[in-house]
Design a protein around this ligand. Structure first.
Ligand SMILES: Nc1ncnc2c1ncn2[C@@H]1O[C@H](COP(=O)(O)OP(=O)(O)OP(=O)(O)O)[C@@H](O)[C@H]1O
Length: 595
């Protein structure tokens, strides 16, 4: 239980100093993260390139040996060694680059996922969970290939330049013809690449949209099935898929033009070289051996020219993915308030648990304020019920206490300190929040129960909390008991989830429990248990419950009646019944509903 003694400083659980935006993804920095592996990969690639470059020279030597009736054994051995060495070093380089690439993607994924969890709730909602998920899947995948390209491109450029140098040495006239053909090719390919970059961005946006709608529909699957809306939902998804298909097809069309242009360019280069070479052979300006070597070099250059052309296209895709990742990493994080103390404040012993002073709040994009200058306070311990018609602003009020959102004006004090002076982690360590869905994480029952605690709970503590909410047997029956992962195969019923959430609050160190009561009816036994646990919690802590059930309201020491973003009245149940007409009407309607 939380320490409420004056002057006792309790360190905030996991007081977090990392509420700042992370560094954006910088490719140069990322590539430099593993200098050893990257250098080795480049070294192996250089050796492979050198071996490839040497091969035609050895062929030339073999032909010269044969035409001079000399045994070509030594040159044949060197030729084979160059071929095998080139293949082995190329494989090694590829493997090392893959390792560097996977690590880069992994680092970026971790950074994006961690950061997404630190964004304000409203920002995550506005971005869309599916769209955020697409950043760690498809964008990270595109980013991963940048490693290959970033090393392949300079190597390919180097190889083409070195090959051209050797070709000049063999025959400069033929080289001039080759360069002319390659120049035309380059211009055409650059024109295609320019259009490809925009297309890749469009594809990634479309992937984000489809992921967003798909996850939203899966989250709402019960409703979709209940209202037989499968066809409607599938129709919208199909439209997204069609949009993605259309933009991807445009990308494929552009992509398909590159090999076609390359092949055409190569054929023209080859024809021009053969015609010119033939003429020079006939004139005696070129030997057969040199011409053969030149042709081999020309054939060898083609894949590298092709790597250069397609590599630039893939690099554009990687850069677009980097930009999308950085868009997310540059979103403003959920920061501690500017005036927050470095050391978490110590709760004042006699202060009310929560005080609202003239608090107003307008949801982003909303025309009207959800809360209009509300003021109230809640006792240090005991049950406070917040009641009012739907849309009155009750949930918004709870969200403000936990600082999921910040007041547009006015101030909120928690345990004697303005929430602007609480570091977020320290504030939230003092508050247990139980939402209407009684959300469980995809983690074991034990981990779910221990959320919100400073230290581990002993098995005896866990058993006592589960016993209090009548869940001990249900958890024991799970395949691995407390260590059963919850959420997929072993999910709990709504009532069991509710009791798990209450057990979690019982086990937490929080001084204040915020409880958004579910509107669904509970069976008699569960309702009794619920009341017993809430009054157990309220004996030593402040429990502020958005109450929909009359039984909860009647138990409350203090009731706050809200309507249309304002506090109409506050007091105990009998007082409000006597003097607050809207409260009487609300109670009357709840009594009818409870019958
Ligand atoms: N994210 C949001 N964006 C815009 N307006 C919102 C948002 N959330 C709530 N509102 C509006 O703010 C007002 C208060 O909503 P709130 O959820 O706090 O009411 P409530 O009293 O908890 O209602 P209920 O009992 O139905 O849950 C409502 O008019 C609602 O439409």
């Amino acid at each position: 239980m939380a320490d409420q003694t004056a002057g006792t400083v309790r360190p905030a659980r996991g007081h977090d100093t990392s509420r700042t935006a992370p560094a954006p993804v910088r490719l140069r920095h990322e590539l430099g993260a593993e200098p050893g592996r990257l250098s080795a990969a480049i070294l192996f690639a250089l050796v492979a390139t050198a071996a490839t470059l040497a091969l035609p020279l050895f062929v030339q030597e073999v032909i010269t040996d044969l035409s001079g009736s000399r045994p070509p054994r030594a040159h044949v051995v060197m030729m084979c060694a160059a071929a095998v060495g080139g293949a082995v070093t190329q494989a090694l380089s590829g493997f090392l680059l893959a390792r560097v690439g996977e690590r880069l993607a992994c680092r970026v994924r971790i950074r994006i996922m961690e950061y997404s969890l630190r964004l304000p709730l409203g920002v995550v909602k506005a971005q869309g969970t599916g769209d955020l998920a697409a950043r760690v899947t498809s964008d990270a995948l595109l980013l991963r290939q940048v490693v290959d390209i970033a090393t392949q491109l300079p190597l390919a450029a180097l190889t083409v330049a070195a090959t051209l140098a050797v070709m000049v040495w063999i025959d400069w006239v033929l080289t001039l013809v080759t360069v002319g053909a390659l120049a035309v090719l380059t211009v055409l390919i650059l024109l295609i690449l320019r259009r490809m970059k925009d297309n890749v961005s469009g594809q990634q946006v479309a992937i984000g949209q489809i992921a967003q709608r798909f996850t939203a529909n899966l989250d709402a699957l019960t409703t979709i099935k209940a209202y037989r809306a499968e066809a409607l939902a599938a129709g919208a998804l199909a439209a997204d898929a069609e949009r993605l298909r259309a933009v991807s097809l445009e990308g494929a069309r552009l992509g398909a033009m590159i090999p076609a242009v390359l092949s055409l360019g190569n054929q023209f280069a080859m024809i021009a070289v053969i015609l010119t070479g033939g003429a020079r052979l006939a004139a005696g300006d070129l030997s057969i051996a040199a011409f053969t070597a030149f042709l081999l070099y020309l054939l060898q250059t083609i894949p590298y020219v092709s790597t250069l052309a397609t590599g630039f296209g893939r690099l554009q895709a990687g850069l677009a993915a980097r930009d999308r990742c950085n868009e997310l990493l540059l979103l403003a994080p959920e920061t501690d308030p500017a005036g927050a103390a470095l050391d978490p404040p110590t709760p004042l012993p006699d202060a009310p648990s929560v005080i609202f002073r003239s608090v107003s709040y307008t949801h982003p994009g909303a025309d009207e304020a959800a809360l209009r200058g509300i003021s109230f306070s809640t006792a240090r311990t005991g049950l406070t019920a917040v009641v009012g018609p739907s849309g009155a602003g009750k949930s918004t009020t709870l969200s403000l206490i936990d600082r999921f959102i910040r007041p547009s004006s006015g101030s909120i004090t928690v345990l004697g300190h303005d929430t602007r002076h609480w570091p977020l982690d320290a504030l939230r360590a003092r508050i247990a929040y139980v939402d209407q869905e009684f959300t469980l994480l995809e983690a074991t029952a034990r981990e779910n129960l221990q959320l919100g605690r400073d230290g581990r709970a002993s098995d005896a503590e866990l058993a006592a909390a589960l016993d209090a909410v009548g869940l001990a047997e249900d958890i024991t029956r799970l395949p691995q008991g407390l260590d059963t992962p919850l959420g997929r195969e072993s999910d709990l019923s709504g009532g069991q989830r509710q009791r798990m959430a209450l057990a979690r609050a019982l086990l937490s160190d929080a001084d204040i429990v915020l409880l958004d009561e579910p509107t669904s009816q509970l069976d008699g036994l569960n309702e009794q248990r619920f009341r017993a646990v809430v009054s157990d919690l309220a004996a030593t802590r402040a429990v502020i419950v958005v109450a929909h059930r009359l039984s909860t309201v009647q138990e409350a020491r203090h009731v706050i009646m809200m309507s249309d973003g304002a506090v109409l009245d506050a007091g105990d149940h009998p007082t409000l019944l006597r003097r607050c007409v809207p409260y009487r009407a609300l109670v009357a309607s709840q009594s009818v509903a409870a019958r």
